[in-house]
Write a protein that binds this ligand. Structure first.
Ligand code: IFM
Length: 724
């Protein structure tokens, strides 16, 4: 299973960098080329290593010293693909094995031909290990080859230096070692690189370099390996000492071990699709690969940044993306990992309580953007407006409070899928209570009702509004589940639960997004929809003007219907889908997929499939630059949501497992595993029937199109016999 780029384009260098990232949840290394190109942004990230540089108020995921760069000189000519002097070009990521590969034939300025192959992966077995292998075969005669490579401490985050070099030295003729400390967070990072051949070393300006020379006969091959360990203070008290004890490894041996781990992943989490459109399988598998390399697995100190470990975008910060878009996939293939993501929030309750107090509220107000400490990391200002020279304040940290309830919602998703009462007792109930206490202090009495004023809902083009439907329903749910799990707290919740204003559909069946949205003017969005994702509307209108029109950046009421399908009947869903979609630009990558799901639930199959295809292409489409600074992690999680919640129609509620499948016309079959109540259920769905196989014979209850079923070991349901 390969994701292949057919041609090579300098325009797409940074898109390749993102898409072809290799990683293992701890380490992410961008899929950049070994040789230099002026615009190419290299990147190696270790989950959890953040630093707040001088003059900034927010932590950044540190772009670590580079180990990918190799300057290769063949018979006196520096190898570069810049002058269209390559043929047989092949560039792919093998998602099955986690290996990034580039092969090509190069013609030098002296017309000599060489075959080059570059391979790289991050070990799925040893999380601190990254391996690279380069092979060069001269076709026109004997070859003299020089390679310069090492550990480059000049790497920065968009120009900001984050590390101080503490030590740099070499061991023997083939090992380089460097030790750094982040300037503010004081995290230590040790890097050890072993070369497969002897080198001559030199060090200059934070760059430690080894120079290797090879002589090779025509048609023979020079093979050169570079094995790099990265150990940080998150892994060990003294990373520099620990790294020096690590063994020498060989590329193929480590790759073999890593592939075994990838096999386990694909056996458990893979989705098989039979579709007339062969891209569907590829897109879904590529999304699963990326979801796997961004998930921090066992470490509950970490969560997932909005760009995973693929780039510097959003400074590596964690948003609601994790709980609402990424956690479901992780929960239903590896519940322990999902628990760790919730523990990340639990460990950071203190920061959330402080944020609540500092803003005059009670309970826990989780930061809109967080990093390692759990403190609020949202930058105070957005990019400068170069026409006015002014910086626009970022309002999300002040008002995008729905994240509090999103976290509570995820706690309940976890419980409903696992029945893990121990987790609830130790952590879940407290998370629910602290988040609910926030809402009790955040809401205000207004006559007979309780209202929530001055918020930003998921639609970030509509700021500082009252009674955002999404926020109010989510807050209500948050308080309701907290009351259920904290008996002593329940009386304090009663009035809020009875009186919180929950916007209902108006006479046209439309749920008002907030108190004033429906009274604002409507403009044609045709122009902006054509350029979705580029936020072009903000070039034509000031943000304050956009705020005063019926313009949505992303799903809001549609998002609400996705999270609470039982509250809205099919007619209301459809009316709201149509009404709000025409007003939505989809400038956020989190939008399309949710529309795809609701469209499918509304029986709008063609529309749903169109949204599915468009949502999959946010990162994987042909357009250059769309993913330069990192992958859209949440939109990849949403690809899983579209397949499982949308087309397969599998959802988990307090009542149990629901199945309402509706496959796209182009799909014949879909097969996947789904972990539920401690068991792996294997689903096979076609348009005509459903089969579910499970490992134990403990009965599981579920509904198919509302009809009750019990499965012990295996069940086969002919859909023609289920009344719709
Ligand atoms: O969390 C999202 C938000 O909903 C829209 N802007 C981007 C953020 C990070 O993905």
């Amino acid at each position: 299973m390969k994701w292949t780029e057919k041609g090579f384009s300098l325009e797409k260098l940074n898109k390749y960098g993102t898409l072809f990232t290799v990683g293992n949840g701890a380490l992410g290394v961008r899929g950049v080329f070994e040789e230099d190109y002026p615009e190419q942004v290299r990147g190696m990230f270790r989950a959890g290593i953040y630093n707040t540089p001088a003059g900034s108020t927010s932590a950044e995921l540190v772009n670590l010293p580079d180990v990918t760069r190799c300057k290769i000189t063949l018979d006196g000519n520096v190898f570069s693909m810049q002058n269209e002097n390559i043929t047989q070009f092949e560039l792919f990521l093998n998602v099955k094995t986690g290996e990034f590969v580039r092969r090509l034939e190069w013609r030098s300025p002296q017309n000599r031909r060489y075959v080059l192959e570059f391979r790289r992966f991050a070990s799925k077995k040893v999380q601190s290990l990254m391996a690279a292998k380069i092979s060069v075969t001269p076709l026109s005669g004997d070859m003299e080859m020089k390679v310069e490579t090492g550990i480059d401490g000049q790497q920065t985050n968009f120009g900001t230096q984050q590390l101080v070099e503490l030590e740099a030295r070499v061991f023997g003729a083939n090992q380089m070692f460097a030790h750094y400390q982040t300037t503010e967070s004081k995290q230590n990072v040790a890097i050890l690189t072993t070369l497969s051949a002897d080198a001559v070393f030199y060090a200059k300006n934070r760059q430690l370099t080894g120079e290797l020379s090879f002589i090779c006969k025509k048609n023979e091959t020079v093979i050169f390996e570079k094995m790099t360990y990265v150990i940080t203070s998150l892994d060990h008290e003294t990373p520099a000492g620990a790294i020096l004890l690590l063994p020498n490894e060989n590329y193929e041996a480590v790759l073999k071990q890593s592939i075994q781990k990838w096999d386990d992943f694909w056996n458990q989490a893979g989705i098989q699709i039979e579709s007339q459109n062969e891209m569907d399988q590829k897109l879904v598998s590529f999304a699963l690969y990326h979801l796997e390399i961004m998930s921090p697995k066992k470490d509950s100190r970490l969560s997932i940044g909005a760009k995973g470990l693929t780039g510097e975008g959003y400074k590596g910060h964690v948003f609601w993306d994790t709980e609402i878009f990424l956690l479901p996939f992780i929960l239903h293939h590896s519940p322990e990992e999902a628990k760790n993501l919730l523990l990340y929030r639990f460990h950071n309750l203190e920061g959330a309580e402080k944020k609540a107090r500092d803003n005059g509220y009670k309970g826990a107000l989780f930061p809109w953007e967080s990093a390692f400490s759990g403190d609020e990391e949202t930058p105070e200002f957005a990019a400068i407006n170069i026409k006015t020279g002014k910086r626009q304040k970022v309002a999300s940290a002040l008002a995008e409070h729905h994240i509090v309830a999103d976290i509570a919602y995820a706690v309940m998703q976890y419980f409903n899928a696992t029945n893990d009462a121990t987790f609830m007792k130790q952590y879940g109930a407290k998370l629910l209570r602290m988040t609910a206490e926030f809402w009790l202090s955040r809401a205000e009495r207004l006559g007979e009702k309780w209202v929530i004023r001055d918020v930003i809902g998921p639609d970030e083009y509509t700021e500082h509004i009252d009674n955002n439907a999404y926020t109010n329903y989510m807050a209500h749910y948050n308080v309701a589940v907290a009351a259920k799990w904290n008996a002593d707290f329940a009386p304090s919740c009663a009035e809020f639960l009875e009186k919180l204003y929950l916007p209902k559909p108006n006479e046209n069946g439309i749920i008002p997004q907030d108190d004033t949205f429906l009274s604002k003017p409507v403009i044609s969005l045709e122009k902006y929809k054509k350029e979705q994702g580029k936020q072009g509307v903000l070039l034509d209108y000031a943000r304050s003007e956009v705020n005063e029109m019926q313009i949505l950046k992303q799903a809001d009421v549609v998002m609400l219907m996705y999270l609470f399908p039982a509250l809205f009947d099919a007619d209301i869903m459809k009316k709201n889908l149509v009404f709000y979609e025409t007003r939505t630009i989809h400038d956020s990558s989190l939008s399309k997929a949710i529309h795809a799901i609701i469209a499918n639930w509304c029986n709008e199959k063609a529309l749903s499939y169109r949204f599915f295809e468009e949502a999959c292409r946010i990162d994987f489409g042909d357009a250059p630059h769309t993913s330069d600074d990192g992958i859209h992690a949440a939109s990849l999680g949403a690809i899983w949501l579209m397949v499982i919640n949308g087309f397969a129609g599998v959802t988990v509620t307090q009542k149990g497992l629901e199945l309402n499948p509706q496959l796209p016309d182009k799909w014949e079959k879909v097969q996947f595993n789904f972990v539920y109540l401690g068991e792996t259920l294997h689903f096979t769905l076609t348009k005509r029937d459903i089969s579910i196989r499970k490992s134990s014979d403990t009965p599981i209850h579920f509904n198919i199109f509302g009809k009750k079923y019990i499965v012990e070991k295996e069940i086969h349901v002919n859909l023609e016999e289920v009344p719709l």
